[in-house]
Design a binder for this molecule. Sequence first.
Ligand code: GDP
Ligand code: MG
Length: 162
Amino acid sequence: MLPVIALVGRPNVGKSTLFNYLTRSREALVADIPGLTRDRQYGRIQHGMRPCLVVDTGGIADDAEGIESISRKQVQIALNEANLVVFMVDAREGISASDKVIADSLRKLGKPILLVTNKVDGIDAPTATAEFHSLALGEPILLAASHGRGVPALLEKINQLL
Ligand code: GDP
Ligand code: MG
């Protein structure tokens, strides 16, 4: 069984964009509409020595649902399948209530978590991402998934933890 990396985070943070970049496929639907991707998508990634599966958890959280429900479903998937959780947040929008709820629940899993602050293109990344330190999930990895910026650093961290 290949190691599994789950991409989690609230809708519209860029999970499917990262998934597509990592798998170089169109398997995960990328859209401007939050929560449009209805099913989980799996892709194979080869990074360094070890192949693994990446799971796009997009679509599991409708905006109509509360943050408790979003958190429960996100964490359920991570709990069941993942060897490693990539928790993505939106550096442009800043920290949200959903981010905090998801972070608290993920912490209880006892699995390795990588905090990724996405959409750092065209903004002052260190300033924008400073507030995410309060999630207490370590140093955020600065990413611009739509440009591929920060992906090598993310893959290096993944390699260290798998
Ligand atoms: P998901 O709901 O978490 O899967 O998010 P998506 O991957 O569907 O992306 C939501 C929106 O954010 C889309 O319009 C993407 O083009 C945009 N997006 C994703 N990554 C980036 C990024 O690095 N920078 C910017 N500026 N926009 C991004
Ligand atoms: Mg998606």
